[in-house]
Design a protein around this ligand. Structure first.
Ligand code: NDP
Length: 303
């Protein structure tokens, strides 16, 4: 099997981080502005802790300031809201990200709504959702933005292409559909009630899988030459890798697309891991830079 059609998200993300870093250096030199990203982590979920640490490292590598706020798992909602209010008024902080999920005593929506929309680098605030759908200056959710960058890099102009987004969540599916529409694609949004999903996918030039079901999208759902972007991250048992110390099978990550089948027919396809995943933090850095520029009356770089 040729690997020419595999999109290397790791390399693409490294290139984006480098561009963000070099733009940040120029902005610092010209304006004395150092973009700052504050990340709030409540609780000690190990996966979230690793993710937050990676964000911090990559933020500093791009020449930006990183502020990490780690709060105990039993922190009351009022304290989280107070921290967000403080970050909203801190001039050194241009982007605020509250790591999800939050513990049960905290209303996620209430916290996300408390973030100043101009600092909402996750793009989840209702103001940014509205701006995105109405063509305004939104901060766009990082994962779908990363998908669009990879699609445009591979395909150039997306105008007129038939795109299907499988999944309609607020963080991936819906913003993904809005971005494809803004690129003048003809967009189908599919979900668990969609009929003839395989056929709907087969009719599409671009298939975006954001479902959370391991290898659901099969090779014969993909039309020859179509571009497949797999957002899914699913951990499954991998008995072929042997056993863990406790006797249970080792595990591996797979996407929502049956990669080995789909790669045989797709014109281009993202693997899991190493496809969409690495783009998310790179786009977060890009959003922080854009937010810092906008808050200081500087034209943001076109990246
Ligand atoms: P959600 O669970 O919020 O949404 C899943 C969507 O898939 C829903 O709209 C659901 O439909 C739809 N769906 C579920 N089953 C089917 C089915 N059988 N046929 C068609 N549609 C179906 O997930 P997220 O959007 O948050 O995440 C999706 C995937 O992307 C996950 O694997 C997640 O881990 C991954 N992810 C990866 C990121 C990255 O950085 N690469 C970032 C964020 C997420 P309905 O609305 O009808 O229930």
């Amino acid at each position: 099997m040729s690997t020419d059609n595999i999109i290397d998200g790791k390399a693409f993300a490294a290139g984006l981080r480098e561009r963000v870093g070099s733009e940040a250096a120029q902005i610092k030199q010209a304006h004395g502005l150092v973009p700052g990203l504050a990340v709030v982590l409540v609780g000690d979920d190990p996966a979230s802790a690793v993710y937050v640490r990676n964000k911090g490292e990559q933020t500093r590598e791009a020449g930006m300031q990183s502020f990490e706020h780690r709060l105990a798992a039993d922190t009351p909602e009022a304290n989280v809201l107070a921290l967000v209010a403080q970050l909203n008024t801190d001039d050194a902080v241009h982007g605020i990200l509250v790591q999800l999920p939050l513990p049960d005593q905290i209303d996620e929506q209430k916290v996300l709504s408390a973030i100043n929309p101009d600092k909402d680098v996750d793009g989840f605030h209702v103001t940014n959702v509205g701006r995105l759908w109405t063509g305004g200056d939104a901060l766009v959710p990082c994962t779908p933005y990363g998908c669009i960058l990879m699609l445009k890099d591979r395909l150039g102009d997306l105008s007129g292409k038939r795109a299907i987004v499988v999944g309609r969540s607020n963080i991936v599916g819906k913003p993904m559909a809005a971005l494809l529409l803004a690129e003048s694609c003809t967009v189908t949004i599919a979900h668990s009630r969609t009929k003839d999903l395989a056929q709907r996918c087969r009719e599409s030039d671009i298939v975006i899988a954001a479902v959370g079901r391991p290898e659901m999208i099969k090779g014969d759902w993909v039309s020859p030459g179509a571009t497949v972007i797999d957002v899914g991250i699913n951990r499954v048992d991998a008995p072929e890798k042997g056993l863990k110390e406790d006797g249970s099978p080792k595990t591996k990550l797979v996407g929502d697309v049956d990669f080995s089948e789909a790669a045989e027919v797709a014109g281009a396809i993202t693997p899991v891991p190493g496809g969409v995943g690495p783009m998310t933090i790179a786009c977060l850095l890009r959003n922080t830079l854009v937010a810092a520029c906008r808050q200081n009356g500087i034209e943001p770089p076109a990246i």
